[in-house]
Design a protein around this ligand. Sequence first.
Ligand SMILES: Cc1cc2nc3c(=O)[nH]c(=O)nc-3n(C[C@H](O)[C@H](O)[C@H](O)COP(=O)(O)OP(=O)(O)OC[C@H]3O[C@@H](n4cnc5c(N)ncnc54)[C@H](O)[C@@H]3O)c2cc1C
Length: 371
Amino acid sequence: MLRDMVRKISINEFAPNAAEIDQREEFPWRNKKILEENGLLGIQVPEEYGGAGAGMVSLAIVVEEVARVCASTSVILTTQALATDPLIIAGNHEQKTKWLKPMAEGSVLGACAITEPGAGSDVTSISTTATRKDGGYLISGTKIFITDGGVSDVITVVAYTDKAKEHKGISLFIVPKGTPGFSVGKEERKLGIRGSDTRELIFEGCFLPEENMIGKPGDGFKILMKTFNYTRPGVAAQALGIAQGAMDAVISYCKERVQFKKRITDFQGIQWMIAEMSLKIELARTMIYRTCSTIDNEPDSRDIPRLASMAKWFASDTAMQVTTDAVQLLGGYGYSREYPVERMMRDAKITQIYEGTNQVQRVIVSNQLLG
Ligand SMILES: Cc1cc2nc3c(=O)[nH]c(=O)nc-3n(C[C@H](O)[C@H](O)[C@H](O)COP(=O)(O)OP(=O)(O)OC[C@H]3O[C@@H](n4cnc5c(N)ncnc54)[C@H](O)[C@@H]3O)c2cc1C
């Protein structure tokens, strides 16, 4: 039922303006409103905090269906999950009531700010600091590449409360928009997901009361790693949706295209490329559902970090390969903006990079197996 509902919305509401959103490079506010009105921005958040309480398999299904037609719109879903999950994992009741509930209901957008000019894959090399002051903390530092950083009402910020303790000195803070000392910097111009807002965020002695810390001082890294276990399958579902959308476009185009007096789908070389696309898409889907159902049904399983990393790694590589082959199969039309596959190829690339590059996923998987 959920898939049918989201597919209908995606086809009727999101597909028609996906190319325009990409070309105008504008945040799709109208689509955000539709996600909010249909209760899709807190699908995995417990019901008592305003969500649907429907779990990770449901989140994956929603993300996949939206990404199948408009990856930029699906980024709203995955970013909201990235912002809400630290609160689900470690927020106290007051924080959940104040911040998580409106985010789950969709009236408030959230972002999560980890990356800095000198710190990407290695989170421990961040320079942002949170210094104790008058019953709270002063945050100073600059974040870059923050998805929805300019459109969000609440930002989860990662900072050192004690640098000497390395990863055990990292803490998480909730920064509401408008807090003095917090400003939004330049917007990044990007290869793909051009309808998502990617920003620099600047913190200059930004004062936050103690109650804005998520968890205890030094808990930040642990909360963040657990968050990624839940959000990487979401990025994987985004990649899966992009790949599925590209295969849909290939099938409908190739069945019509005639060359050498034959439909090009009569050539075995074309048939096999499409069969291989389908194989990888189904493998990615199976892996994502296995990961999500493990999270839903065995939340303490030690397999979760490895499964989440492998799902994101495999699905994003699949998206890149399927979309590149899709451009090839449409020939010159594939390279033209008249057809959606060139956009899908550009959109697919980010899924191999954010929330841990696919090299970092290999590090996580091998560490868990060998470490
Ligand atoms: C569109 C977009 C949206 C983003 N959204 C957010 C967001 O919302 N919040 C946020 O905090 N960040 C966000 N990011 C940042 C993103 O998570 C980082 O870009 C990513 O983690 C990689 O970090 P980096 O760019 O610094 O690359 P680096 O870490 O400098 O990596 C460079 C290269 O070295 C490789 N590498 C690094 N370490 C190793 C290793 N140990 N072994 C092998 N290879 C390695 C990497 O795989 C990569 O190929 C976003 C980025 C983009 C482009």
